[in-house]
Ligand binder design. Sequence first.
Ligand SMILES: [Zn+2]
Length: 314
Amino acid sequence: MIVRCLLCHAENVEVSERISVSELAGLYGKMLSESIREEFEGHKEISFYQCGECDLRFFFPTITGSEAFYEQLQRFDWYYLQEKDEYNFAARFIAEGDSVLEIGCGRGAFAKKIMAGDYTGIEFSGKARSRAQEEGFHIIKETIQDHAKTNGRKYNVVCSFQVLEHVADVNGFLKDSVECLKPGGLLIISVPSADSFVSRVTNGILNMPPHHVTWWSDRCLGAISEMFGLDMVELDHEILADIHKDWYAATLTLNALNAALRRSQRLIDTSLLGRTLGRFATAVGRYYGLVLSDRNLRPRGHSVTAVYRKPGGE
Ligand SMILES: [Zn+2]
């Protein structure tokens, strides 16, 4: 079987690592206190690829989470944060009276930040959709593919925050997002950055299937411009957020320990030594986390936001 890049469809892709579904499902089971084995549709192994053309990193087979899986995750308070730096960054690009489409709007946290003339949110989770509707926002359950069929060239801004990395057909998602934009309109995409510490995390299961299926570097976000005929207006890395300080420090510590012991840093490591080092790194991370209270010492954080303009318009 020929595996092609999910974004540019090139065959020039290489496997960088293979992961065992039973180990991955085991780690999810511990976090959720419930088995999610059936999400993996009988697959025993998932490969992690990198595209030699556009630099997209992706998992294949592409296994995306069911609605039940997302309902389970919403039990955690941290799943839908009300405050994210990227919301404030993106809000600057929205003028009063703009018509805005947000794909994957969750509970409507971004909608509350902006003064759009006309706002539509797309959301598939029933619980999150009801919460956003209770706030009075216009929320629909429709794929971007279907929405684009009857809403071409309608919006000044199409945005999505922490959504693209959950999608299997990223090429179609971006094409339909661009289709919904008026000429001169802005596409705003926020994703976890593969050029940040997030790409060095071990056992970071939420950055793997069935949650995330793609990883995005700056090079890859740049490739989107050319592929879809867009101009990149800005590319913004958030500064390490307060809630990620300890996680960042623990990640660096574990990477340093593995390097010192000449162990390779893996996506999943459930060995006894790996777990012991992981616990030690988490404990040490709390101390380094204290130093990072000083915002001037903070590195690049979890998310990157790209703003593109569709050519045309005034
Ligand atoms: Zn590619």
